[in-house]
Design a protein around this ligand. Structure first.
Ligand code: NAP
Length: 528
């Protein structure tokens, strides 16, 4: 462990500003001293990334895929050192670290497989037609990378949404060099992964600058990166406040760039009365685990549970409190995260006419007490402070007079990552208007299940309308995530020998292409 910045293939530590990571379980600082990047080091990383972007264009997709596979192997080979560092810096369990590592490796391998099949290129060829009026030119379109991408990871996923996480893997797959602004809470985990990526880049002969990893605590370096003229897009996972600030900054640039910010969500859970009467204990148990697992530090944690004031509502609330009380308490990721949780909880509890339950104060370090807040729908609707995310083990149960009021509560939410429904078949069918409303609000609508546990799969949407993300057209999880870092380009009447291989008459790459409107892997057979 060096504590240095990775700038292309070099390590660098020009700054006198340093920081250390923190072990939230022991309450002690970890030993490595990390050197913050300087503006000059940022400029160097961006300049190398710009050069690498040009060079990447002449590197085959097979080689790019082998780079991603090699990163996955190098991460795996970090073995226990990575797992131990992850646990030391996050306080999360070894099992969680292993699961997250598997997910990170799986993501990298999935993108490698995806880029080889060529569908993402969306190659499209419309041949010239001199007989049409007006005359149609020869048009050939494909997707290409945007250019250097800056990635900000979140505190709560040191691997899967961080240095080699979904944003980095999808940007590299799209042919974009990546500069990571390392998360200061897990800078050591970040450095180990950065070293793995650098080794993989050298082994697979990628250009110097395809990847950099910059240390920073505070906003200065991140802002400089987002404002840098050489940067073409930003991938961000974190708080609404942070994502919004960087989105605004990118739009104020002389040349605005897209910021794909994946932010928080309250993930409303709707429970219909019939299912509550039938499966009360099971639902309460399922929710309690989802609310408290890893101290509720998930963007998909159920933050608001909505049900009607049927005869079973009070019994359900009591059962939920009981189950929450039975769950293990975890140290939160960092004292500053705990402090933010406590402040947010105080804000919620200062609202009118609610009651709440908190688990006992435990003796461990940085433990946030698990909390269930109960409020009636009228009070909920009149107090905006109750509507936003509390990042930690807290959930609000909203009790409605009837399904009409439940509808009003659901419509009061802004964009969400998820909305979940617990209902019998007949309840689901009878309330299709609510499902429709959820489809308009969220990136994922879940039936009889909880939102935590985001499967990495082509059909997953991990996104949603603002403020869940800054661009509802995309997902941050699954192979479609790379679409964020691509743009279309059309060649009009371009000579064959000047065209990229993807668009020539002979389909040497054997990729699927839309020729004159029909999908095929065949060559273009000239009409004349
Ligand atoms: P955060 O405080 O927003 O920090 C994320 C990163 O952005 C850090 O590197 C931080 O730098 C930087 N940053 C934040 N505000 C900035 C600003 N104004 N200017 C420049 N840089 C800025 O988030 P976090 O506490 O690490 O993560 C927890 C949040 O992430 C929760 O809200 C959770 O719901 C969300 N999350 C969302 C997803 C998703 O996929 N939607 C997944 C996981 C987590 P410094 O730390 O150096 O200040």
């Amino acid at each position: 462990m060096t504590g240095k910045n990775t700038i292309g293939f070099n390590l660098s530590s020009d700054s006198k500003r340093t920081f250390q990571t923190f072990n939230p379980v022991t309450g002690n600082s970890n030993p490595t001293v990390f050197f913050e990047a300087t503006f000059e080091e940022v400029n160097e990383a961006v300049s190398l990334a710009q050069n690498a972007f040009v060079q990447l264009k002449s590197i085959s997709i097979e080689k790019r895929a082998s780079f991603l596979i090699e990163i996955a192997q190098e991460i795996n080979q970090l073995g226990d050192e990575l797992i131990q560092m992850y646990c030391l810096e996050s306080g999360l369990s070894e099992q969680r670290a292993i699961t997250e590592r598997s997910r990170t490796i799986f993501q990298l391998n999935s993108f490698a497989k995806e880029i080889l099949n060529g569908e993402w290129i969306k190659a499209s060829i419309d041949e010239a037609d001199s007989t049409s009026t007006p005359i149609k030119p020869d048009l050939r379109k494909m997707m290409i990378g945007l250019g250097p991408v800056v990635v900000f990871g979140a505190s709560n996923f040191p691997l899967a949404y961080s240095t080699a996480g979904g944003d980095t893997a999808s940007a590299l797959a799209a042919g974009c060099p990546v500069i990571v602004k390392s998360h200061p809470m897990h800078a050591g985990t970040g450095e180990l992964v950065a070293q793995a990526i650098t080794r993989a880049a050298k082994k697979t002969e990628m250009p110097n600058g395809i990847f950099s990893n910059l240390n920073a605590q505070g906003y200065e370096i991140g802002r400089h990166l987002v404002e840098h003229a050489g940067v073409r897009a930003v991938g961000f996972t974190g708080s609404l406040k942070g994502g919004r600030a960087l989105f605004d900054l990118a739009n104020q640039r002389e040349f605005p760039i897209p910021v794909f910010a994946e932010m928080g969500s309250v993930n409303p859970i709707v429970i219909f009365p019939q299912i509550l009467s039938e499966k009360l204990a099971k639902i309460a148990s399922h929710l309690a685990t989802s609310i408290t697992n890893d101290a509720g530090q998930f963007c998909t944690k159920p933050g608001i549970v909505i049900t009607t004031n049927s005869g079973f509502a009070n019994q359900f609330v009591n059962e939920l409190k009981l189950k929450v009380n039975e769950q293990v308490s975890f140290s939160m990721l960092n004292p500053s995260i705990l402090q933010r949780f406590e402040e947010r909880k105080k804000e919620i509890l200062s609202c009118d006419n609610l009651n709440f339950f908190e688990t006992e104060k435990l003796s461990g370090n940085n433990i946030g007490r698990q909390t269930i807040v109960v409020v009636d729908a009228k009070q909920f609707l009149s107090q905006q402070k109750l509507h936003d995310e509390a990042f930690g083990p807290l959930s609000i149960v909203v009790l409605c007079d009837d399904l009409g009021q439940l509808n009003s509560v659901l419509s009061s939410f802004d964009g969400q990552l998820t909305v979940s429904f617990f209902g019998t078949d007949s309840e689901i069918f009878a309330n299709q208007h609510l499902i429709q409303q959820a489809t308009e609000k969220a990136g994922r609508v879940i039936f009889n299940g909880v939102p935590t546990g985001v499967t990495v799969s082509p059909s997953m949407t991990h996104g949603g309308p603002f403020p869940a993300t800054t661009d509802a057209r995309f997902t941050a999880v699954g192979i479609d995530a790379m679409q964020r870092f691509l743009r279309p380009v059309t060649f009009q009447n371009c000579p064959q020998e000047m065209l990229p291989a993807e668009l020539r008459n002979i389909n040497s790459l054997s990729i699927p292409r839309r020729i004159n409107g029909e999908w095929t892997s065949k060559d273009v057979h000239k009409k004349d």
